[in-house]
Design a protein around this ligand. Structure first.
Ligand code: MN3
Length: 207
């Protein structure tokens, strides 16, 4: 058995209905996230023990230490494993609304306002070409939060950013319910955000 196992879902597959449907959640978790988990374990098997034992978050920020022939697989499957683990937990049933606490202050300071942030996140995530993710991330250099998009499964950690809130816009995340209507999925997703979890991630960056 590999080092990584598929993380348990923090709620039932139908818990995010009607915004994200149960069948999509189940396939997304048991097939797609499982595939990244297996791919990560397979990639790790080709690494030296010091890299195998490194925390995944550290490994993703130090991809230059990974031999070139395995780097792409670690970037893709390691990013996919980590991104999805974050994604399940940055959603919850009856979520959404406006954040409070430190994350609200950080968003106001990084963007014009919460509404300005929401507009940018929505517009730029819908506009991602092909598969990828929209992220709210903390930048340890500027000590501010910022928005970024990342292609495929590449983690914001590879750019030295700490992911706080991510939205998966691969078609597998919405196609069964929304087909080609990515914008409808992105707009619905704002109703299931777990802001307490996002706030917790921000406070950990300062620990
Ligand atoms: Mn996905």
């Amino acid at each position: 058995m590999g080092k990584y196992e598929l993380p348990k879902m923090p709620y039932a597959y139908d818990a995010l209905e009607p915004h994200i449907d149960a069948r999509t959640m189940e396939i997304h978790h048991t097939k797609h996230h499982q595939a990244y988990t297996d791919g990560l374990n397979n990639a790790l098997a080709n690494l030296s023990s010091d890299l195998q034992n490194m925390d995944l978050t550290k490994l993703l920020t130090s991809l230059d230490k990974v031999p070139e022939n395995v780097r792409g697989a670690v970037n893709f499957h390691g990013g996919g494993y980590d991104n999805h683990a974050l994604f399940w937990n940055n959603m919850k049933p009856s979520g959404g609304g406006k954040p409070g606490g430190s994350i609200a202050d950080a968003i106001n300071s990084g963007f014009s306002s919460f509404d300005g942030f929401k507009e940018k996140f929505t517009k730029d995530t819908i506009a991602i070409q092909g598969s990828g993710w929209g992220w709210l991330a903390y930048n340890p250099q500027s000590k501010k939060v910022e928005f970024t998009t990342m292609p495929n499964q590449t983690s914001p950690r590879t750019k030295g950013l700490i992911p706080l809130l991510g939205l998966d816009v691969w078609e597998h995340a919405y196609y069964l319910k929304y087909q080609n209507r990515r914008a409808d999925y992105v707009n619905a997703w704002w109703n299931v955000i777990n802001w307490d979890e996002v706030d917790k991630r921000l406070s950990k960056t300062k620990a």
